[in-house]
Design a protein around this ligand. Structure first.
Ligand code: GLN
Length: 305
């Protein structure tokens, strides 16, 4: 955990100890704004919730109570990290995804809200094909925190699945998350690159692979570049290397079912055409769905033997 440098005004909780929560909350806002953090009011509230372990309602009700010195220390440590633009989810070690809370660690991509669309795509397909009434088997390529596979297992109580990752540390975290969500008996984990060595058959292949072109990584926002692991971001020269690999093998691994992929902004057309050309047993053409930001965010295709 980052410590405030000795002699820094943030040491000892920036003098926040013993002051009422409402005052501390107001005092945090200009400090956050001065570091270019947008939404300082909300951020101040969240930091205070983290330091005090109070729920939003309790924080409001306890506005007048004083911050203890332990809380002030926790607050100052979190504040130092936040002022360096570390995402709040990483400071807290948790992120909500599709209504459930996942552990996050430096080994994994911080789950993004737009990835929830991929869950919707799979669940719509399951609804339309009786998938909720049969024991689907699901493959998640590059699982990271496990947010995609584990959410699907929680939503589809008859399903079971396999998650792959090239990072052993990511797999350890994903396993913890499986336990946290109560789905560990239906989840397996494999330490492999992409979908190497896998044969299936699976009913569903999902993936949110690394898709940033290598040369663009340096230009990413520092909150991404400095905190998300490179292996979770780097998609090779054109950003499409894992999609290429998936497109070449997915048809055999999913003889009859659904392939659903998240893509980066502007990649949908190229990923659709990779699937079109390489998935020999595809049934119909790939379709896309648009996220709340207006980007084509998922590409999906059906297969049939
Ligand atoms: N599947 C994980 C997620 O969507 C990890 C993705 C990745 O590391 N590229 O959050």
């Amino acid at each position: 955990m980052a410590e405030p440098p000795a002699g820094s005004p943030l040491q000892d909780g920036a003098g926040f100890a013993g002051r009422p929560l409402s005052e501390v909350r107001r005092g945090l806002q200009p400090i956050l704004s001065a570091s270019g953090i947008a939404g300082a009011e909300r951020e101040a509230r969240l930091l205070l919730m983290m330091a005090t372990a109070l729920t939003p309602e309790r924080l409001l009700l306890n506005d007048a109570r004083a911050l203890s010195s332990a809380e002030a220390r926790a607050l100052s440590q979190a504040l130092v990290r936040r002022l360096a633009h570390e995402p709040l989810s990483r400071i807290a070690g948790e992120r909500a995804f599709y209504g459930r809370v996942f552990n996050v660690s430096p080994a994994v991509l911080d789950p993004r809200p737009e990835t929830e669309l991929l869950i919707d795509v799979v669940l719509s397909w399951a609804d339309a094909t009786g998938g909720r009434q049969r024991p689907l088997s699901i493959l998640d390529v590059g699982t990271g925190s496990g947010c995609i596979l584990l959410t699907l297992l929680a939503e589809l109580p008859l399903a079971q699945g396999l998650a792959t990752d090239i990072s052993p540390d990511a797999l350890v975290l994903a396993r913890d998350n499986a336990v946290r969500l109560g789905v560990s008996e239906r989840a397996r984990f494999a330490h492999v690159r992409s979908l190497e060595g896998l044969t299936g058959p699976f009913n569903v292949l999902v993936s949110n692979p690394p898709y940033i072109p290598s040369a663009e990584i340096d230009r990413l926002d520092p909150s991404v570049r400095n905190y998300d692991p490179l292996t979770a971001l780097d998609g090779g020269v054109d950003g499409l290397s894992v999609y290429r690999d998936i497109a070449m093998r997915a048809g055999r691994i999913v003889p009859s079912g659904l392939i659903a992929l998240e893509v980066g902004a502007g990649q949908a057309e190229r990923v659709s055409s990779l699937l079109n050309r390489n998935v020999e047993n595809r049934s119909g053409t790939p379709w896309t769905r648009i996220d709340l930001g207006g980007h084509e965010r998922t590409v999906a295709v059906l297969t049939q033997s």
